[in-house]
Ligand binder design. Structure first.
Ligand SMILES: [Zn+2]
Length: 185
């Protein structure tokens, strides 16, 4: 049990029943580029892709109805993603946080059948879930519909785009008599 916990489980096809029975834990810091669908949402920037810090914890819990205990999974993830601000069209770095529990049922059919009757989120034990897909689905759901700066960075005044006009105006403002002095020469 004291071997490196991250090598004992395959997050791509997680044996969720065993993971929950062992009360196992997985965690990693991985580049956002590992999560391709999320990465596609990000605005390309010069900066390296952000890290996604994630953790998964398995747990067996007795059913409220007294039935067989069920496998539960707690997933947490923390990252930030550069998106386009819909107000100033600049890049806004949006923090994303996931903190969610899932209860596992036998398969997709059981999940579909039970889904309407329960409040918790359900996933299927078979086919074995890909943990990163589960995490990525949750991250995608956290994306804001309309990304926006809380306060957009101050806009550069338009006249400054023409440096000559800008300089001349600034000169006049600084010393209104400067141009007069030049005329006198
Ligand atoms: Zn903005």
């Amino acid at each position: 049990m004291k071997t490196n916990p991250n090598t004992a489980w395959n997050p791509d096809r997680l044996d969720m029943r065993a993971f929950a029975q062992a009360g196992a834990h997985l965690e990693a810091d991985e580049s956002l580029s590992v999560f391709e669908r999320m990465h596609a949402e990000a605005v390309p920037t010069d900066a390296a892709p952000a890290l996604v810090r994630w953790a998964a914890q398995g747990e067996m819990r007795a059913a409220a109805s007294g039935g067989a205990p069920a496998a539960w999974l707690h997933v947490e993830a923390d990252t930030h993603v550069p998106l386009t601000c819909q107000r100033c069209l600049g890049v806004v770095d949006v923090p994303l946080v996931v903190d969610r529990w899932f209860r596992f049922v036998a398969d997709e059919a059981a999940a579909a059948a039970e889904d309407d009757d329960c409040e918790e989120d359900l996933l299927a034990l078979e086919p074995r879930p890909n943990l990163r897909d589960v995490l990525e689905d949750e991250l995608l759901m956290e994306l804001p519909l309309v990304p926006m700066h809380e306060t957009c960075p101050v806009q550069v005044p338009m006249q400054a785009t023409d440096p000559q006009v800008g300089d001349a105006e600034a000169e006049v403002r600084k010393n209104p008599f400067a141009s007069l002095a030049r005329l006198k020469k």
